[in-house]
Each structure stands twice: as C-alpha cells, then as structure tokens.
Write a protein that binds this ligand. Structure first.
Ligand SMILES: [Zn+2]
Length: 184
C-alpha cells in the first residue's frame, strides 16, 4: 500500500468554524492527529505516542449530495489484554460517508434503507472530524487484543480469559498483575 503523503495541516479539537468551512469546500485535505489528543482511545493504548494520519476527500455527487471519503493509517501501541504490554498494531481504514445537515435527514435515510451502504453522518456547522476519526478507530479495533505470542502463557490466564462483551469494557487495571504474581 502506498504511504499517504501527510502535509503540515494541524487538526485541532475542536475545529475552528472557519476550518470546518474550508475543509468542506476543499476537495481534499490531510494531516496527522496526535494519538494523545484522542482521549477515548487511552484505555486501550499502552502509550499514546505517535500520530494517526488522515486524509479526507469531500465531494459532491448527484443532486447536491455530499460525500466524505475518509482514509486513516498509523500504528497504535495497544495494551495487550493478557500481559498489559505494548502490542504494535498497524491500523488502516477507508470509509465513505454521506454528509447530511440534520439528524432528521440521517434518520430518514436509515428509514428508507436500514442497511444503508453509505452511512449518513450529520455534518452541520459543528462537524467534528477529529471525533469521527476517533469513533472510526474505536469501532474498527478487534475485541480481543493480545499478542499472538504473549509472554504470559495461555494456560496461566485461562480463568481470566472471559469472552469480551459486545461493547468492550475497560479492563480491570490490575487483572494482569494478579495473573503475573500467581504464575511465579
Ligand atoms: Zn501480551
């Protein structure tokens, strides 16, 4: 896969209004978001150094319908749920969204087709691209995040390795330490 060229556009949170207008007008913008700014990711990261590179292509398709093509790539240092060590996780994602102005408009599109192929997102004056990027990363992460060859052997943690709930909860902070002590 070709590496996206990332220019120096800084994406801050919240985006200033004029930046939002500019991004929506331009066809193509890109930049890099420091992982340390994605606060909702912190529970799953071993550390938050690094950046998520993003590219957003805004386009107008039929009848004034606006679309956003979002591409992300970067490397996350996930927290291994077994040994609590860092787990390098190359991340890449490409998704297309339909931009609508109101929640009502988005609801209407879901009513017409509940399995709508291109997900509508509300992108009014407060469109927060950083929040969307954060959402997409969280949704794309695997439920089970462990080293393929973990320092902790499988049999040491078989009691602790419960299937994850559909919505991953924050792991108990010292669960792995307890296992470490037991195995000594
Ligand atoms: Zn591990």
């Amino acid at each position: 896969m070709a590496v996206l060229r990332v220019d120096s556009i800084a994406l801050t949170r919240p985006l200033p209004e004029n930046a939002t207008a500019r991004m929506r007008a331009e066809r193509n913008v890109q930049g890099a978001l420091p992982l340390s700014s994605l606060l909702r990711l912190h529970d799953v990261l071993a550390h938050d150094a690094g950046e998520m590179h993003w590219q957003a292509e805004f386009s107008c398709v039929a009848k004034g319908t606006r679309q956003l093509n979002l591409q992300l790539h970067g490397e996350l240092q996930l927290l291994c749920q077994r040994c609590l060590g860092a787990l390098a996780y190359p991340f890449g994602l490409a998704r297309t969204f339909q931009l609508v102005d109101t929640e009502a408009e988005a609801d209407r599109l879901f009513e017409v087709d509940p399995e709508v192929e291109i997900e509508p997102i509300v992108a009014g004056s407060k469109f927060d691209l950083a929040a969307l990027i954060e959402d997409e990363i969280i949704l794309a992460l695997p439920a089970i995040r462990t080293h393929a060859q973990c320092a902790l052997r499988q049999e040491d943690v078989k009691d602790a390795a419960q299937p994850l709930p559909e919505h991953p909860k924050r792991p108990a902070p010292f669960a792995g330490l307890a296992v470490l002590k037991k195995s000594k």
